[in-house]
Design a protein around this ligand. Structure first.
Ligand SMILES: [Cu+2]
Length: 113
């Protein structure tokens, strides 16, 4: 994999996500945060405890999604790769990219409905 061009990796990552989203109702509690052009999109995501958040890196450089309170930390997400996190404790979690401190996001976890 590592010898493939970055563009190809990025595209295959995007395709995988599209296919996963189209695959069925199991994705109902999955939330996707796209990392593209040095931004988290959407910048704020609201989920319920137990939901899964997937950060998908569509940039050509690595990023991280690291909570300022160390609640979660993706580590380096390579170009074209993604990272999944299952939300647990309700709260509001500001996070940033450790490589690019101007990149900010917020994860809001609400109690189970
Ligand atoms: Cu970054």
């Amino acid at each position: 994999m590592s010898r493939l061009p970055h563009i190809l990796l990025a595209r295959s990552g995007i395709c995988a996500i599209v296919l996963a989203a189209a695959a069925g109702p199991a994705a109902a509690s999955d939330h996707v945060v796209t990392i593209e052009q040095m931004r988290f999109s959407p910048p704020t995501v609201k989920v319920h405890s137990g939901d899964t958040i997937v950060w998908v890196n569509k940039d050509l450089v690595a990023h991280t999604a690291s909570a300022q309170a160390s609640t979660f930390d993706s580590g380096s997400i390579a170009p074209g790769a993604s990272w999944r996190y299952v939300a647990s404790k309700p709260g509001s979690y500001a996070y940033q990219c450790l490589f690019h401190p101007t990149m900010h996001g917020t994860l809001i976890v609400e109690p189970k409905p």
